[in-house]
Design a binder for this molecule. Structure first.
Ligand code: CA
Length: 225
């Protein structure tokens, strides 16, 4: 999952970004409304955390433009504690949720998870594929009740496949949703992760199919062992 963080307070942006990266999200940070607008126009983010008080184009302007482009990307706005008007305008312009500064990081992270779930049409934090389940909050994978050891990146790749069960997920989509701009991505990084996941899951009867020239697929309704 890739998050755009729009915040001109460098210290807050740094703290937020660090916490989100620790929770295994890819995070891109921008400081101005113009940069936020350009980044969102690329349509590669799964969620935006948008400060309202920005130099130049305000967060509300960014939000207005985003929704005018018919983008449904979930947006969590950050407002000053006493800015009731900003919160109301933000929600009216299509923000999905808000946090007033100052806030506690665990609450922000919980709201981020809730918004991402809403975006994926999956009402619980658990993804299922046959007897395989992935806890998107606890960041663990189980086969029945047995935990399976996966690295954070392997788990993130599996999460994308399980979220889109029955659909082909392209390597480009995976790179866009797993890495931020600052990350070095090797040409075959995704292939390596899929190879490693397969080594762990195939003995259990869980298959990741390669669809040549398109990407990878986990079949819907797979008995998965
Ligand atoms: Ca600000």
């Amino acid at each position: 999952m890739r998050i755009l963080l729009v915040e001109d307070d460098k210290i807050l942006a740094e703290a937020l970004s660090r916490a989100l990266v620790q929770s295994a999200y890819a995070v891109d940070v921008v400081e101005t409304g113009e940069d936020a607008d350009n980044a969102l126009a690329m349509e590669i983010h799964d969620l935006a955390i948008l400060d309202i008080g920005l130099p130049g184009l305000s967060g509300l302007d960014v939000l207005r433009r985003l929704r005018a482009r018919k983008s449904h990307v979930p947006v969590l706005i950050l407002t000053a504690l006493d800015a009731l008007g900003d919160r109301v305008r933000g929600l009216d312009l299509g923000a999905d949720d808000y946090m007033s500064k100052p806030f506690e990081l665990p609450e922000l992270e919980a709201r981020v998870r809730a918004l991402l779930r809403r975006g994926s049409a999956n009402p619980t934090p658990f993804l299922h594929h046959g007897r395989l389940s992935l806890d998107t909050v606890g960041r663990r994978v189980f086969y029945d009740k047995t935990p399976i050891e996966l690295s954070a990146r392997e788990l993130a790749v599996l999460e994308l496949l399980m979220m889109r069960e029955g659909r082909v997920v392209s390597k480009e989509h995976m790179v866009n949703h797993l890495y931020g701009w600052g990350d070095e991505v090797g040409a075959n990084a995704i292939e390596v992760y899929v190879y490693r996941i397969r080594k762990k899951l195939e003995p259990l009867g869980c298959e990741i199919r390669t669809v040549r020239g398109m990407g990878y697929l986990m079949e819907r309704g797979d008995a998965a062992g």
